[in-house]
Design a protein around this ligand. Structure first.
Ligand SMILES: [Zn+2]
Length: 76
């Protein structure tokens, strides 16, 4: 097995690295694996509802019309 911290070769089943002294996880799992990194692939921002290009144009047009109406009423 390899040290989880310094990566040096250790005897299987040792509790601590004899080079750097860091405690070793049982089973010698590779750092970086596991459910934590698997869940990191999905960003919460991606789950937000996104407007399609057509919807974006419609919303922009509505905002422009609303601004025009405000300007018209403000001038008159
Ligand atoms: Zn080590």
């Amino acid at each position: 097995m390899l040290c989880v911290k310094c990566g040096k070769e250790l005897a299987d089943g040792v509790g601590f690295c004899r080079f750097c002294g860091s405690p070793q996880m049982a089973g010698g799992t590779v750092p970086g694996g596991g459910p934590a990194s698997a869940g990191a692939g999905r960003s919460p921002a991606i789950d937000l509802p996104t407007l399609s290009t057509q919807d974006y144009i419609i919303v922009s047009a509505l905002i422009a019309i609303a601004l025009l109406l405000v300007l018209i009423f403000a001038v008159s």
